[in-house]
Design a protein around this ligand. Structure first.
Ligand code: SF4
Length: 353
């Protein structure tokens, strides 16, 4: 509900956006014609659960290597998975390829309606709305985590998340304009990222503070209300650094499951109890090197790293030059394990010298 200001929220917000928009590589400047849907789609998929700062160099590399949806559709799976390494949530990379191939097969043009966009692999309600608004100038209600916070505060929505999502979306719909919907969506995102921040929002300089119910009540930081967090369970696993004449054994993880399709060190099951040497790629004596910890969305993993040597290269997988391991495109978990193994290797070499 409007509180004090007679000027509507979209007008205030767009005027602020014209002055203060973040300059991001995938964006058109405020008021400019929409950018290439391929770039909008790619950036939105990359930004899911990932920060703007982390996405920058990945977006630059992807658009340089694969400048169009047709180019990406023609890329080898392993090249795309390796280029995605480190961004996390690897199902996104598999869906990215599936989506690019679907669009390319249909003539290389993204559909321009939310409904048709949602039919594409990996494109959910949020991403479809964002592409429709930003790339095609369609009125769409675009609600990401930043927008959720802004709207919960503007309207003082006291229902805890995630139950509040429907109310937040309905409230967001009441302020979404027909004109410049793409700029409006990005303005809301920018407001949430730079002024209406999770802690200590800068309400004094907020362009829409005259409309903000939470600000007027003096309790902006209480919103959005969140349900108590469930405790994240722990799992344990073992990964195997198997060397043969300056090369290390790498495998491709099964397409389905955690880090699916990614190049990785061999590892056994990830279970509630320590799985020991289950899944070892060779029946040799293994040296313990230490542990790496990694937090996934639904559990925390404690991964023991063990090392061994072999002259038998007959098993499944590829033998990768150890000195070139940084170019293998390992996901962060296995990159940490590889770093630990290399550190131990250097220490062993120094001990022998
Ligand atoms: S006034 Fe404060 S709480 Fe309200 S939208 Fe602006 S920054 Fe957020």
């Amino acid at each position: 509900m409007p509180v004090d200001s007679p000027v509507p929220i979209p007008i205030l917000l767009l005027a602020w956006y014209d002055r203060s928009a973040r300059r991001l590589p995938w964006r058109a400047p405020p008021g400019a014609p929409a950018t290439d849907p391929y770039r909008v789609w790619l950036s939105e998929v990359m930004l899911q659960q990932t920060t703007v700062a982390a996405v920058g160099r990945y977006f630059a590399e992807f658009t340089q290597r694969w400048p169009s949806v047709d180019a990406l559709a023609g890329a080898a799976d392993e090249d795309v998975m390796a280029a995605w390494a480190g961004l996390g949530y690897y199902a996104r990379a598999r869906n990215l390829l599936a989506c690019a191939r679907t669009v390319a097969a249909a003539g290389g043009h993204f559909p321009d309606s939310e409904e048709d966009l949602r039919a594409l692999p990996g494109v959910g309600a949020y991403t479809a709305a964002a592409i429709a608004a930003i790339a095609f100038g369609r009125r769409a209600v675009v609600v990401d985590a930043n927008v959720e916070r802004v709207v919960a505060r503007l309207f003082a929505i006291s229902t805890p998340l995630p139950a509040a999502k429907t109310a937040i979306r309905e409230a967001a719909a009441t302020i979404t304009p027909d004109t410049r919907p793409g700029d409006f969506a990005q303005a809301m995102m920018d407001l949430g990222a730079t002024i209406c921040t999770p802690k200590r929002p800068a309400c004094a300089i907020c362009p829409v503070n005259g409309h903000c119910t939470a600000f007027r009540a003096g309790d902006a930081a209480l919103y959005p209300v969140k349900s108590p967090k469930a405790v994240r369970p722990s799992r344990h696993g073992t990964t195997f650094w198997l060397e043969s004449d300056g090369h290390v054994l790498l495998v491709r993880r099964p397409d389905k499951g955690m880090l699916g399709g990614m190049r990785a060190l061999p590892s056994g099951p990830w279970t509630d109890a320590d799985p020991g040497m289950a899944g070892a790629p060779a029946g040799i004596s293994w040296r313990p090197l230490g542990n790496v910890a990694h937090v996934f969305t639904h559990f925390a993993l404690n991964l023991a790293v063990v090392a061994g040597d072999t002259s038998d290269r007959t098993g499944d997988g590829e033998w990768w030059p150890v000195d070139d391991i940084d170019r293998a495109g390992l996901p962060t978990l296995f990159a940490k394990a590889a770093a630990l193994a290399q550190k131990a290797r250097i220490a062993e070499d120094e001990g022998r010298a």
